[in-house]
Ligand binder design. Sequence first.
Ligand code: GLN
Length: 530
Amino acid sequence: MTGGVVSSLGKGIISASLACLLKARGFRVTIQKFDPYINIDPGTLNPYEHGECYVTVDGHEADLDLGHYERFTNIQTTRANNVTTGRIYQSVIDKERRGDYLGKTVQIVPHITDEIKRAVKALGNTGNFDFVITEIGGVVGDIESLPFLEAVRQLRWELGSNSLCIHLTYVPYIAAAKELKTKPTQHSVKKLQELGIQPDVLVLRTERNISPEMRRKIALFCNVAADAVVQSIDVDTIYRVPLKMHEQQLDQIVLRKTLTSSEGEPNMGPWMDFLNKMDAATETVTIGLVGKYVELQDAYKSINEALFQAATYNCHKLRLIYIHSEKVNPDNVAERLQGLDGVIIAPGFGQRGIEGKFVALKYCREHNIPTFGICLGMQCMVIEFARDVLGYTDANSTEMDHATPHNVIDLMEEQKSISNMGGTMRLGAYECRLAPGSKATEAYGTELIRERHRHRFEFNNEYRDQFERAGMACVGENPETHLVEVVEIPTLRWFVGTQYHPEYSSTVLQPNPLFLSFVKAAIAYGHEHL
Ligand code: GLN
């Protein structure tokens, strides 16, 4: 899957939609993303650069597109599903240092391209998949993507009809001329052809319907079969895209071109049930998200989607209000949180905006508003409780204040010797044992769960008794290390914090139980405080 003209056209969504359809036909599918930047992974990138950092079960910090892949396919991704230029070069350079190249000059072609091809084939070679969709990040014409596209060219040659290239481009509407324009698409396909790649399928992102005549014209100019030109028109939710692609037979085209036989229609029944619930919802649940990246659409992507899924399964529309944590103070908190049915305190790093989270938390706790703290949000719940209920007014996390006398959140023991920042947090899925009778156990319907993590700091167990005596219970812990994973205040309606990130595991067909429970509590509270 390549992209042309501009970025942000939704290659990830088209890849995920195709995978969703193939899976619904009974195939085993996975999607991988190649990112042409030098960082080894996006874990060290600021959200302003790259939106949310997604985490796979095996502890890889990954591009947020992997979140879409999982949400659409319900199939977990791993480290092998996200590869950057940095990873490719690192592995080639490591081999060079080991002497693996036996004195040869190491070059972009064939050594870098071979490494890229190896990474493409690695998932197929596991024998676990019938289809591997590889999304090449960036836009055709970027200097950075050249080695990846050269690898695509070589692979197409090697694999023949076992492979195909889908190219996503943009067909802009020029309002003054009242016309859709195909020229950028023609140029972008020419660019691919110059690199020796002939796309088999074109997906055209557009805001207006593209006529059959215009599609035929594009097909003619681009050497693509007329029925393999598909449009991707703007829709109200990304979850409709698989159906839009199926209406235009994207899945059938892919099967035909790869000489794969598949009878009948994909089983999209459960997916349709989700969309029907969404369409049938008339009432709204209003959730506030308190965080410091609220001006960024993608910074809390998985939380937004998990909330949307949970609202839909609770037969409600979601109204999500972003509340800038730096702008919340004791004077305006009542006004800022007014009308909310539930509040999420967002994950994050560093001091900025943290005091606003404490103010919001105190208000939520004192007014018994359903509240969900995630990762840093959970840590803030603990700190706020220590300051206001335990009376340790100087309580803090050692992340924010090294010298705090009441380090209720502290650096994990295993983190103390770490100085490298990249990929060294506590990452990936770990087990958590939940206490019987807690809100969390009720939500999950089981006492042993596995969720994904991304943090260095942790609840300080020395304070555990004091918290429990004062009313904040530690209701989830890692069975081996006893790290606290879930806290809650059982006397409140719904006041739960998780050290892990439940949003990463929430998918369309398997929404996360804790989000379902939180949204349900928010809806109930909404009815009460009307
Ligand atoms: N900064 C906190 C930690 O490292 C929380 C991280 C997060 O919210 N993902 O422990």
